[in-house]
Design a protein around this ligand. Structure first.
Ligand code: SF4
Ligand code: SF4
Length: 144
């Protein structure tokens, strides 16, 4: 693999991936449980207050809400307001399947994420762990 010797990545806190353009942060069941615990509210109240349902035909996926400027609802002036309980999608970035497909896709991602190619080396083992973690399916609400 092109990442056999690890890859340099260190977040530069530019906030681009939490803002700037429309996007989706799809949540797993575990994400919703952790985040609702973080706020001390129940599972359904968390979805109602902070999420939007994205229509996939026979089911909905649950994504975090955005502001009209396309900031994630949890992006604050100090960064992620739920950092310790942030969703899997955020915790595993940029080591996503589509980004890790090839050296080209990794470099292409580096055009929007200035953390790519900087800082400490993330080992192959750690990269593969994040890829594996990311296989967790998103929480699905089946339509009645
Ligand atoms: S785009 Fe990259 S460097 Fe910027 S906040 Fe996101 S992960 Fe960090
Ligand atoms: S939950 Fe936090 S890390 Fe994830 S997109 Fe929102 S602000 Fe960024």
């Amino acid at each position: 693999m092109f990442y056999d010797k690890g890859l340099k990545f260190e977040c530069q806190m530019c906030r681009y991936c939490c803002s700037s353009e429309p996007g989706y942060v799809y949540l797993t069941k575990d994400d919703i449980e952790k985040a609702s615990k973080h706020f001390g509210i129940d599972f359904d109240s968390f979805i109602k207050t902070y999420c939007r349902l994205v229509d996939f035909g026979p089911y909905f996926l649950v994504s975090l809400q955005e502001t009209p400027d396309y900031d994630c609802i949890f992006l604050s002036s100090k960064g992620c307001a739920i950092y310790d309980a942030r969703p899997l999608q955020c915790r595993t970035y940029p080591f996503w399947k589509n980004v890790m497909e090839s050296e080209e896709s990794w470099k292409r991602e580096g055009e929007s994420c200035p953390g790519i190619g900087k800082g400490r080396i993330v080992s192959k083992r750690e990269i593969e762990k994040r890829l594996k973690d990311n296989e967790m399916p998103p929480y699905m609400i089946i339509k009645k």
